[in-house]
Design a protein around this ligand. Sequence first.
Ligand SMILES: O=C(O)[C@H](O)CO
Length: 348
Amino acid sequence: PSHCVNELLPVLSSPCYMGAMEDNKPWALISEVGGEQGYLEEVTDIMEQHFQLICYKDFIQNPKLHGPKIQAMFVWHRPLAEPWLLSLLPSLKVVANGGVGIDHLNVPYISSLGVKVTNTPGVVSNATADMALGLLLASARKIVEGHQIALDPKTTHLPENLMGVEVTGSTLGIIGMGHIGSKIAQRARGFDMKILYHNRNRRSVEDEQGVGASYCENMDDLLKESDFVMVALNLSPETTGLISHRELSLMKPTATLVNISRGLVVDQDALVKALQSGTIRAAALDVTHPEPLPRDHPLLGLPNVLLTPHLGTNTYTTTRRMVQRMVENALAAVKGQSIPNEVKLKWV
Ligand SMILES: O=C(O)[C@H](O)CO
């Protein structure tokens, strides 16, 4: 198998190499997204059932040789499918993204080249919702601080000052009630939370009752009432900087902001100020802008911030499902068949 580089998953093995030349499967370029580890074997094994893989590092050494044979490109949330690269891939039929967010892809431009764009909605929702609740609980109950204290050899007594806020019975405001938002609401019900949501379009009464969430037409009402504000939106021009000074100032001083969508939905400078001044209690962020943050970024020095490095979909099960879906989408596009998850709009 071919093993390139992966930031998302641990482990791996051999360095990048190209699939066997005698293989008749279509060629796919697999994006290189960081680190010196290889891809998880499950990822490349699934892909190699249908494609011959070449990783970016090998491709770029001789793009003129490799470019013309490549029909599919597998990408994760990094802007690899840029015009200069696409111009080296005259036979490309599809950019198959792993994950639901496609804000890093210029869909109109890619489509103008006759290349399809696909994503993997649905399969990411459970793992992302689990992570959302994990961040909420960890921030509320100071789990990471507790872990650090437990490890500290100087700790001689129980940390009675490490007080958290109660999750059970609190109010959760979910901004963005798509598939992931609904899964978050379902989980929050288990904590007897009162659930408010704001969404561009109100969900049906059945949907609302199904997850036990009440609609706030005005997002301000949700911000004012919630103990935890959960950002679960796609990034789009409309949602960029949606949570800024004004929105943060509407939140309770005891409230926590959790973001599992995209860093740019939150105005980070405004967030830093709100956290420094006590406008809000805390923030728990799986996403930032950029990722990773520069080492001197003020968010890294704040005691009331919990950060994880975009781990939302990082489970073996969800990764396998995503890769399976990426392959199905790419294969359908290469064969000219109907594509399960084609992205047609610039922003979804
Ligand atoms: O968009 C998604 O589904 C996740 O962020 C993984 O990239």
